[in-house]
Design a protein around this ligand. Structure first.
Ligand SMILES: NC(=O)c1ccc[n+]([C@@H]2O[C@H](COP(=O)([O-])OP(=O)(O)OC[C@H]3O[C@@H](n4cnc5c(N)ncnc54)[C@H](OP(=O)(O)O)[C@@H]3O)[C@@H](O)[C@H]2O)c1
Length: 325
């Protein structure tokens, strides 16, 4: 068994090596662009985009609004964002609503106020995320990566599922799009230690949270399909995108990242393309569910994602964690 220090070191090296591999593949692949006809898609659909105040989520929300969707952005309203957010609120058709995924109460309040408006919900984009944040807990005591990237979205989706089901129709399914990451490939599901209390590494915690999100996405789709509901769920990897997600990198790496990211990483607009495709494309109607999409194509993922026993156990454990103690 690794010592805590070695565990942190090995987890970090594994994630950086994976990142390097993804970057090389990304450099030699043609970047996916939304097809020309995409400007014709949409239609007054109602969408919720979490973490849409900046980065990939903002580009997703902005593009959807441009196509005619009514977009509600769930944002933690972190102080440094407030000014720009409020400025944009007055200029664009995007709606900003308070949603802190690190607080189960905030998630419940967000859903309650959404439901009071009696709107349909055609698209839910679970995009918000944190990466490599210093060890900390959510308001409810969950490790931050696990709590924000996975558990907050798990609760949000479960609470909105009835509205998604009512809003979907045969041939026009409601869609849940989970913005995951290739980092899931380094993830593990330790059901007796989802909170990473036994041994902690921010690098490993990010990977675990993204794997949990992917397993949830796949399980949710299977349940919806078996129940005959007009809702699909899929996951998307946006690729390596130049956003503030990397701000918690170790300082020397952050400096190096600053130099290369503008040249080698995708722009947030490019990162948003596959998310938009999965959320809106009519050609994917009935086809995107249960899958993992990257660079505009269905991609392979780790076998654990589709393991029915792991899916079920993760689902049940997550539900138990949400019951107030
Ligand atoms: N960038 C990449 O290379 C990359 C690669 C693979 C996957 N992804 C995934 O893509 C998604 C978007 O990331 P990004 O690159 O666009 O990062 P970003 O620019 O840092 O944006 C992250 C968003 O998440 C929101 N957020 C963070 N904590 C939250 C909380 N407690 N409650 C509600 N919202 C919260 C942030 O809100 P505030 O603005 O209020 O802080 C922000 O809008 C993430 O899920 C990430 O894991 C990104």
């Amino acid at each position: 068994m690794f010592s805590p220090v070695l565990f942190r070191l090995v987890s970090a090296i594994k994630l950086y090596l994976l990142g390097l591999k993804v970057l090389v593949i990304q450099l030699f692949s043609k970047r996916f662009e939304l097809p020309g006809w995409f400007s014709l898609v949409s239609d007054g659909k109602v969408a919720i985009v979490t973490g849409g105040g900046r980065g990939i989520g903002y580009e997703v929300a902005r593009h959807m609004a441009k196509l005619g969707a009514r977009v509600i952005i769930g944002t933690a309203y972190n102080s440094r964002r407030v000014l720009r957010t409020l400025f944009e609120e007055t200029l664009s058709p995007l709606e900003f609503k308070k949603l802190d995924l690190a607080s189960l109460q905030s998630v419940r309040q967000f859903v309650q106020s959404f439901k009071e408006r009696d709107l349909p919900l055609n698209i839910l984009v679970n995009n918000a995320g944190v990466m490599l944040v210093p060890e900390a807990c959510t308001e409810n005591g969950f490790e931050l990566h696990f709590g924000v990237n996975y558990l907050g979205h798990f609760l949000l989706t479960c609470l909105l599922l009835d509205t998604l089901k009512l809003s979907g129709k045969s041939g026009n399914f409601s869609r849940v799009v989970n913005v995951s990451s290739s980092a899931h490939r380094n993830g593990e599901i330790r059901l007796n230690d989802l909170n990473c209390r036994q041994r902690y590494s921010a690098h490993a915690a990010y990977c675990h949270s993204k794997l949990a999100q992917l397993i949830f996405s796949s399980h949710l789709h299977r349940e919806l399909e078996q129940g005959g509901f007009p809702v699909s769920s899929c996951a998307v990897d946006p690729g390596m995108v130049d956003t503030s997600l990397y701000r918690h990198l170790w300082t020397p790496l952050r400096l190096a990242h600053g130099l290369v990211s503008r040249l080698l990483f995708r722009t947030p607009t490019e990162g948003a393309a596959t998310v938009l495709y999965a959320a809106l494309s009519p050609t994917l109607e009935g086809k995107c569910g249960g899958g993992y999409w990257a660079n505009g194509r269905r991609d392979a993922t780790t076998p654990l994602t589709f393991d029915p026993e792991v899916q079920q156990l993760l689902w049940e454990t997550s539900q138990r964690l949400l019951v107030p103690q």
